[in-house]
Design a protein around this ligand. Structure first.
Ligand SMILES: Nc1ncnc2c1ncn2[C@@H]1O[C@H](COP(=O)(O)OP(=O)(O)OP(=O)(O)O)[C@@H](O)[C@H]1O
Length: 374
């Protein structure tokens, strides 16, 4: 950035402070916040400023509209009691981001269990490693892009991990999406009825217990530290529209236990829901779903339940707010069903019967589970 460009930005910010009354002293001798530095990249300009002692930070946060008026709507303002950062983006978010595995595989490098969340306004992919951020909640009204995101997350996991490193357990309560994965080598089962999902989760419970015993026996804190002959694959349990199972206590208990202790045992959750329900998410499960992705939601209450502020104001399919270690606004990669089929083709195998578990299964009719869905 040239000296002149920096000067222009600084002047504009001073003008902003002035018109918003963000200063101490009198109108004739104002003491403005001190601009520490201005940094620009291809995508954005970042201006860091400090408030003079005595200036109420609410003067800045309450008047964020002033920054929008002067710098346009593509700005972010972050800060606390003294130091603030204004980021001005040179362009708006892309409304479509094609899923390109060549690009995605590059950003997966170094991640043990890579989740490609989406692209931010600076044109950078935002990624997560499930080993560190183990459980994900995806919420959004119909047509907002949840299923596409699940498809892209699962496809990336399959393409980047070997079947002996990753096992997938899929619950498809809407019977709409996961048939695509049924014959993929990593996929242990795809179930849609409550009874079968219960069976699947009893198997997961057994795995949790076994893994817990092993880590205790070998006195290690993570399954990855077990001796080679006892090493375990990562298990990812992914349930689309899991709210449909909320009346099933056993299912909810196992999901809650997995969310609570799964990380160090290598067992991870991805749960999606169309209508966030405080009742379901008020349980301890919510506290352990470390990442929320809020696609377009119906209202502010739903955004609050999912913990993704403003998700109800999103306008494009595939756009979402992510709450992980901080808040992000991202565009999810768009992976069509046809494209996913092509990418998954090399992993398709002839399948034997689904793993059986021997535990006693309490009788539960589908009506018990599904009749209260609103
Ligand atoms: N990442 C994306 N980028 C651009 N468009 C998208 C994206 N994801 C979804 N869409 C568009 O939105 C449509 C609906 O997407 P999707 O089926 O994923 O929504 P959904 O939230 O799962 O809906 P439902 O709950 O009804 O299944 C897609 O057919 C596509 O046109």
């Amino acid at each position: 950035m040239t000296w002149l460009e920096s000067l222009k930005i600084r002047r504009k910010l001073i003008k902003t402070f002035k018109s918003g009354g963000i200063y101490l002293g009198s109108d004739e001798r104002p003491i403005f916040p001190k601009i520490n530095h201005v940094r620009t990249t291809e995508y954005s300009a970042q201006i860091v400023f400090n408030l003079p002692n005595g200036l109420d930070p609410k003067m800045v946060t309450k008047k964020d509209y002033i920054f929008l008026q002067h710098f346009g709507k593509n700005v972010d303002l972050d800060g606390d009691h003294k130091k603030f950062t204004l980021t001005v983006y040179h362009r708006s978010m892309p409304s479509t981001l094609k899923y390109k595995f060549a690009d995605i595989s590059k950003v997966c490098n170094g991640l043990s269990l890579p989740i490609i969340c989406g692209m931010d306004r600076t044109g950078e992919y935002v990624t997560l490693d499930m080993l560190k951020q183990p459980h994900i909640l995806i919420a959004g009204e119909t047509g907002s892009g949840k299923s596409t995101q699940l498809r892209s997350i699962l496809t990336t996991l399959i393409k980047t991990k070997k079947p002996n490193e990753l096992e997938l357990y899929l619950g498809d309560c809407k019977k709409s999406e996961f048939h695509l994965f049924r014959k993929v080598e990593h996929v242990q089962c795809v179930h849609s009825s409550a009874r079968d999902i219960q069976k699947m989760l009893l198997h997961i419970k057994k795995e949790l217990d076994e893994r817990s015993n092993l880590t205790e026996m070998f006195e290690v804190s993570h399954v990855d530290d077990l001796p080679a002959e006892h090493r375990k694959p990562y298990l990812v349990v992914c349930i689309d529209e899991f709210v449909m199972l909320r009346k099933d206590e056993l299912i909810m208990d196992i999901l809650t236990e997995t969310a609570a202790i799964g990380r160090t045992l290598g067992v991870f959750l991805i749960l999606s829901m169309q209508r966030p329900s405080a009742k379901v998410l008020d349980t301890t499960i919510r506290a352990n779903l470390t990442v929320s992705m809020g696609f377009k939601l119906r209202d502010a209450m739903e955004s609050k339940i999912v913990n993704t502020p403003n998700a109800h104001n999103l306008e494009h399919s595939g756009r979402f707010i992510m709450n992980a270690d901080k808040l992000y606004e991202l565009q999810a990669p768009y992976l069509t069903m046809e494209q996913a089929k092509k990418l998954l083709n090399p992993f398709v195998v002839a399948k034997g019967p689904v793993k059986e578990v021997n535990e006693e299964i309490p009788q539960l009719t589908e009506k018990d589970v599904f009749n209260d869905v609103n």
